[in-house]
Design a protein. Structure first.
Length: 149
C-alpha cells in the first residue's frame, strides 16, 4: 500500500505516527491512494519523464521520517513514512494538464507498474497526484508517502 499526503509540519506528523504506532495520521485529510506507486522507482520514473531526463535512484529524493531508526531495522514490515523533496512536489505541481495523457501512456510501459494499471487509470492517478502537489505547493506543505506491506 502506498498513499501520498501533504502536511505542513513533518515533526507533528512524526509525533502523531509515534502516538498511534504508524496508523495513517487522523489529522491529515488530503490523501491520494496510489497502490504500488512507491516514490523511488515508480513515481521516480514519472518524474523523470516529466523532466525529460533519464531516471536514476536519486530522481526522487525521499527521506524516511518514521519510524525513527527504521533504516537499520530489517525486521520492520511497515508502515514507513517518507517525505519527498520539494523538487519532486514542484515537478508534479507544474505538469500541464495537456501532458497527462502522453505521460500516463509512457508511464504505463514501465516494468514496475502493475499489469492492471493501464494508461487510463494512471492518467486519473496522475491528475490526483498533480492536484495534491499543487495544493501542497500553494500551502507550503511537504508531500509524504505512507507505505506498508
Amino acid at each position: 500500500m502506498t498513499d501520498y499526503f501533504r502536511a505542513h509540519s513533518v515533526p507533528a506528523i512524526q509525533a502523531e505516527l509515534t502516538l498511534h504506532e504508524g496508523d495513517q495520521p487522523a489529522t491529515v485529510g488530503d490523501w491520494v491512494a496510489a497502490k504500488s506507486v512507491e516514490p523511488t522507482v515508480v513515481l521516480g520514473q514519472l518524474i523523470a519523464f516529466a523532466r525529460d531526463e533519464p531516471w536514476t535512484p536519486a530522481t526522487v529524493n525521499d527521506r524516511l521520517v518514521w519510524p525513527e531508526g527504521g533504516e537499520q531495522d530489517t525486521t520492520h514490515e511497515g508502515p514507513w513514512i517518507t517525505v519527498l523533496d520539494d523538487a519532486t512536489r514542484d515537478t508534479l505541481a507544474t505538469i500541464p494538464d495537456d501532458r497527462v495523457p502522453a505521460l500516463a501512456a509512457r508511464w504505463a510501459t514501465i516494468e514496475e507498474v502493475p499489469p492492471a494499471a493501464d494508461a487510463a487509470y494512471l492518467a486519473e492517478l496522475m491528475a490526483e497526484l498533480i492536484a495534491l502537489a499543487r495544493r501542497a505547493r500553494e500551502s507550503g506543505d511537504s508531500l509524504l508517502c505512507w507505505m506498508s506491506l
